[in-house]
Design a protein around this ligand. Structure first.
Ligand SMILES: NC(=O)c1ccc[n+]([C@@H]2O[C@H](COP(=O)([O-])OP(=O)(O)OC[C@H]3O[C@@H](n4cnc5c(N)ncnc54)[C@H](OP(=O)(O)O)[C@@H]3O)[C@@H](O)[C@H]2O)c1
Length: 268
């Protein structure tokens, strides 16, 4: 039976991908930074779903999961690199500080002056640079997003390819975004966009490197989806957002080295 590993499976699109793949009868390894959150997320899923701790920015965590999959199954059929953070909401502390800042500023003009003096610190945390385009974005923030969305996915592929090579139909599915489309790049959330453009480039690179070895590597834009990241105004449900990734995981014949949205190929 096919074994599928989903990163960031404890909420949002990742959780829904796990749910749909479980329903379809696959063995799903639900990766979650926080094991308890993962177990809670898997609550209504079947016993086939295995919840494992996984932080894609933590080498030890990745290696521990690799050792488990190797020992338990001796192969991995599909890796779904779903874990991701946005430029807006990756750090709850930032959000709280921003809220306090707004509230104090509206009540005490003097405090506003004091906060202005703190600008270099706020800039470092990313609060001051958000939404200001590539010219002013905090590179501290950009590196943080790249660490998860790009280097995290890259490391996962590096570590798990030896196990995917043991599969008869190995696949890697990178959850990207239309915000990474080359033709659509603006200074809007520049770090996040860059992380997804880079993930797309990585998809092309690995698809070519692994083509001869029979592993198919594709990227997916789920669309704008109602999750913690997408927000309540997004038009798509998690079920719609998970659809193309699940289709790429379950369809018998799929191409390699393509970028998909709504089950169709889109431009890089
Ligand atoms: N929602 C959209 O509209 C939209 C649009 C385009 C692309 N996407 C992409 O779709 C994917 C899923 O997004 P979503 O909307 O479902 O976001 P979400 O609800 O914010 O969930 C993000 C998931 O990633 C996990 N995660 C973050 N950092 C991690 C790390 N270092 N290691 C392991 N897991 C980590 C989170 O775990 P914690 O609970 O521990 O934080 C959470 O499970 C992302 O790659 C995102 O960029 C989303």
């Amino acid at each position: 039976m096919n074994v599928i590993l989903v990163t960031g499976g404890n909420r949002g699109i990742g959780q829904e991908i796990c749910r749909q793949l479980d329903e379809a009868g696959y063995i799903v390894i639900l990766g979650s930074r926080d094991l308890l959150k993962g177990e809670k997320a898997a609550g209504t899923m079947s016993e086939r779903v295995i919840v494992k701790q996984l932080d894609v920015t933590d080498e030890e965590s990745i290696q521990a999961l690799f050792a488990f999959v190797k020992k338990e199954f001796g192969k991995l059929d599909i890796l779904i690199n779903n874990a991701g953070i946005g430029e807006r909401s990756e750090d709850p502390v930032n959000e709280i500080v921003a809220k306090v800042k707004r509230s104090i500023a509206s009540n005490f003009a003097g405090t506003w002056q004091m906060l202005k003096k703190m600008k270099p610190i706020l800039h470092k945390t990313g609060i001051e640079s958000r939404g200001k385009g590539a010219g002013n974005v905090s590179l501290f923030q950009v590196r943080k997003v790249m660490e998860t969305n790009f280097y995290g996915a890259w490391r996962m592929i590096q570590v798990f390819v030896p196990l995917i090579l043991k599969s008869e139909d190995g696949r890697i599915i990178n959850i990207s975004s239309g915000m990474g489309e080359l033709s659509a790049l603006t200074g809007f959330y520049p770090g996040y966009s860059l992380s997804k453009t880079s993930l797309n480039a990585l998809t092309i690179m690995f698809s070519n490197e692994l083509k001869e070895k029979g592993i198919k590597v594709n990227a997916v834009c789920p669309g704008w989806v109602r999750t913690d990241m997408g927000g309540v105004d997004a038009p798509l449900s998690v079920s719609e957002g998970a659809d193309t990734a699940v289709w790429l995981a379950t369809e018998m014949q799929i191409p390699t080295g393509k970028f998909f949205q709504k089950r169709s190929v889109i431009n890089w």
